[in-house]
Design a protein around this ligand. Sequence first.
Ligand SMILES: [Zn+2]
Length: 282
Amino acid sequence: MPELPEVEITARRLSAGVAGARVESALAPGLVALKTFDPPLDALAGRELDGVRRIGKVLAVEAGDLTLLVHLMSAGRLQLFDERASLRDRASRVLVRLEDGRELRLREFGTQQRAWAKLLQADAVAGDDAVATLGPDAYPPPAADELAKLLDQPRHLHPLLRDQRTIAGIGRSWVDELLWTARLSPFQKGSELDDDEIEALHTAMDEVLGGAIAHYEGVVGATIPDKMPMPLKVHRRAGEDCPRCGARIEAIHFKDYVMCYCPEEQTGGRVLKDRRLSRLLK
Ligand SMILES: [Zn+2]
């Protein structure tokens, strides 16, 4: 599940790898992955790549006045390979072949095709829905008073922080880490945060997201791995001891994700009802 730190390290490594390389051809074996047709994808042919940057959880591959926006969704990876993909590689969605023989490849694991790419004129990027609707970037975090205004909504923090229109870059993994670090309940409402809680969340965003990027800088080499070595402390650790207080990390299972938290430090000692469990017990 690539989120801000994973997309950031991907952008940094790819940018270092492709800057200055010239595109030979571009094609999209994953027909539904390409969301635009004008300009055509092969308009990239002959262009020099300037680099890759991150906008929220979206990657922007820049080539002069054209930009290829790529959203990895939950199972996509954008990677640079020394050799071209076999046409039998069913994970391939978009291939940008470079004149030096390398290939920038959008791959997606699993059967669902949800990762997408859009080729846009560079000056149309800011106005594209995928970018125009984004809130401020979560890292570095907005100033505490601005963060307080953004979160002043009567919604639970867990979905609120994952709402890209409110703040961009946080998803299902890092939201658990942020709330645990700030000692906040996932069910507290944004509009009910006091100054100290906003400050705690602000500090957590800075430390946790910045710390994850620093971690990746140390452990991720030039090649982006299929599976990022995510330095998670509570997410996906239900049943383990809280690394801070030793209480048992609890989980609430939703249809397609799991929320993990420390009851001792985040919910006043209360173990919240697990909907999956209560459904099974009916
Ligand atoms: Zn704890």
